[in-house]
Design a binder for this molecule. Structure first.
Ligand SMILES: C[S@@+](CC[C@H](N)C(=O)[O-])C[C@H]1O[C@@H](n2cnc3c(N)ncnc32)[C@H](O)[C@@H]1O
Length: 346
């Protein structure tokens, strides 16, 4: 993307603001909280304590205002761009469904405060692509994080068919095809603009894979036809009934012995950190985050017919998947990434 000096200046300013929020304000708030006594046992108990701390108004305001400023800067940069060249021909296929009705819970919210969400028009995908780099504060520009998920969180097997649910513009799906070139790899998403971009970028990389427009709770795929179902950053974006339906659909399409790996978030047991995550959802227009944080997702997996369900921690800046639900301690703000692991009984 060719970015003008003025746009670059705005983006740099927003990025700098986010970094200071993460590595100055968050640790300051944490230090004030740690000095309180007695320590709260749950996020609900921690909430009034945290809200009374001197740094809290700055921390909370800057989180939301910074996110709004980010999208304004990103939208301006994207609007400055010339129309994209025609998609390069290549081995990837794209199947859009003009009759698919997007659910109200999906279109009613500007998720992550991105104006128009990721689905409204082609600019939505371009805005999302650039915005995602800023949200990750420049540490995932080459999608190391998504490659680490493929490399460390997925059991190495000879998969024949892999489905990546909620694939967005493809950054979670391309590494799967690279790691398992023999497999048929299919990315599913509701958002046509993201799927168009995913297929176009796959073509540019010479990846023979498929991107399909479908609701991951009703994929239309044959029962027992998939060996591995993945998702990254999907399940915190859906209401509980849809999460239940998605787990049931994953269990239905998985073959006996098939594997499920979803990268998302879960409670850490640290009341301050879990409250910060809940409120991150509130300030960032992620209305279903509290539901996910409160849910017993492994129990929902069991109800869906999956076994051995559990969350393990994922350290995106270190080893990737860790072997237990124990997160590295870091002073600055960082997400409690977690991998939901489950399998279909053999
Ligand atoms: C935060 S993005 C993550 C995209 C990608 N997995 C990644 O890690 O970059 C969540 C994606 O899930 C998609 N999504 C949300 N609900 C969905 C559903 N019910 N069925 C299919 N896709 C869905 C959204 O359109 C969005 O592209």
């Amino acid at each position: 993307m060719a970015i003008t000096l003025e746009a670059r200046g705005k983006l740099d300013f927003v990025l700098m603001l986010r970094r200071r929020w993460a590595d100055v304000l968050y640790p300051a708030l944490r230090a004030e909280y740690d000095a309180t006594s007695p320590q709260a046992a749950t996020p609900r108990e921690a909430r009034p304590v945290v809200h009374a701390l001197p740094t809290y108004p700055w921390f909370a305001w800057l989180e939301r205002a910074g996110q709004k400023a980010l999208w304004r800067a990103v939208q301006d940069s994207v609007a400055d761009q010339p129309p994209p060249p025609p998609a390069p021909p290549g081995p990837a296929t794209l199947m859009l469904d003009p009759n698919l009705l997007l659910p109200d819970w999906y279109t009613d919210w500007d998720i992550h405060i991105q104006p128009g969400g990721v689905w409204r028009n082609d600019a939505s995908a371009a805005t999302y692509e650039l915005g995602a780099k800023l949200v990750m504060m420049g540490v995932n520009d080459d999608y190391t994080f998504h490659r680490a998920f493929t490399e460390t969180a997925i059991p190495k097997r000879d998969y024949r068919r892999i489905v990546d649910m909620g694939c967005g513009f493809g950054k979670s799906t391309w590494p799967l095809k690279r790691a398992y070139p023999q497999a048929e790899v299919i990315g599913l998403d509701l958002a046509a603009p993201c799927l168009r971009m995913a297929a176009s970028r796959a073509n540019a990389q010479g990846l023979a894979m498929e991107f399909r427009q479908a609701d991951c709770a009703a994929t239309g795929m044959e029962s027992g036809s998939v060996d591995l179902v993945t998702s990254t950053m999907l399940i915190h974006e859906m209401p509980r009934p849809h999460l239940v339906a998605t787990l049931k659909e994953a269990a239905r399409i998985l073959a006996p012995g098939g594997v499920l790996r979803f990268l998302d978030f879960t409670r850490t047991g640290d009341a301050f950190r879990d409250l910060a995550m809940l409120e991150h959802g509130e300030r960032n227009n992620e209305p279903f985050m509290p539901g996910l944080m409160a849910a017993d997702v492994p129990a929902l997996c069991a109800e869906a017919g999956l076994t051995d369900a559990r969350f393990v921690a994922f350290d995106e800046r270190g080893a990737g998947r860790l072997d237990a639900a124990v997160w590295p301690r870091r002073a600055e703000w960082h997400f409690p990434w977690a991998v939901l692991e489950a399998s279909k009984p053999a």
